[in-house]
Write a protein that binds this ligand. Sequence first.
Ligand SMILES: C[S@@+](CC[C@H](N)C(=O)[O-])C[C@H]1O[C@@H](n2cnc3c(N)ncnc32)[C@H](O)[C@@H]1O
Length: 341
Amino acid sequence: MCKIFRRPFLLVINCYAIIFSCKITEGGPGKACARATMDQHQLYNEMLSLISRGFGPLPDKPGETAESTLKALWHCAAGFPLTVEEAEQKPLGMLDAEKIGHLRELIGQRLRGAPLAHLTKRQSFMGISMLAGPGALVPRKETELIAAAAFNLTGLVIAEKGSALVMDLCTGIGNIALSIARAHPAARIYASDISEEALTLARQNQDHCALQGKVDFRQGDCFAPFEHDDFRGMVDVLICNPPYIASKNVCRMPEEIKRYEPGMAFDGGPFGVSIIYNVINGAPRFLRAGGWLCLEVGLGQGRMLERLLKKNQRFQNVKTVADPKGEIRGIVAEAAGIFMG
Ligand SMILES: C[S@@+](CC[C@H](N)C(=O)[O-])C[C@H]1O[C@@H](n2cnc3c(N)ncnc32)[C@H](O)[C@@H]1O
């Protein structure tokens, strides 16, 4: 049961709508408030059973349960869009008839497959609320693994040199770049994506996260926006969460993904590794000697890419990053020298 309904006083304090309804209802505020609370309690349970019956969460969105989904949509209908994590923490406000209609509509859309983050327009990444939408991939939990590795490496570089040049390729909504900017104000961060729609969201996120001017977002294919002497051999930490699903498998992905999220965010070419290979081949031109490549990889790609990088003389100290189940989801490798080829 939702915590708030076990604490009616908190509900009253948090809700202007109930105060309004108390004033206009016969029988005095006490009775009206109790009735309104009961109604909302009933509504909550009714909506929860509706969502639970049609709920099929994706394994890569572990925070989305029937209950957390309802809370996020409830806040959204009330006019306060929040991430799932924030929605779980905040008491639910009262909904008037119009907002209840909006909640029903949102639940209908979710049950028809629309991603929760598209409805709330919010997604949390590394504990930061970010704007999300159909123009770019909704950041996934597993990406926090490679982001955390990049955070730590950026911190080490800053401790040593006082600043760090960080590059985030395939930035999407800018989640990795902006979360590093938040954690490391001394980092100089550049990010790029081929999709102008994704970059629009990334730039909006810069404002949303109050990190104006902290990341230089550029449009273009992989390294194209950085083919300049300011970057060649200069980058301390190069991060990329590329598309890595084989083209033939994109159409087999769950409806919620293939129908609502941009194909170019997933499609990694015939074997899923086209962009990963581009990044591995291009990175030595941009990394300084001792700089780090941090790459997210698809399920099942880790061992092969680890072997490839270990055989590549341009890299050393190749390490894998595994998820709690032991699956390799990222690879970190140090540039062995500067290669201008
Ligand atoms: C898997 S998503 C990652 C988005 C974001 N970094 C994240 O962690 O959620 C891959 C991103 O790569 C972009 N992309 C696809 N092909 C690209 C290319 N050739 N050059 C640059 N970006 C590309 C897509 O637009 C998409 O935003």
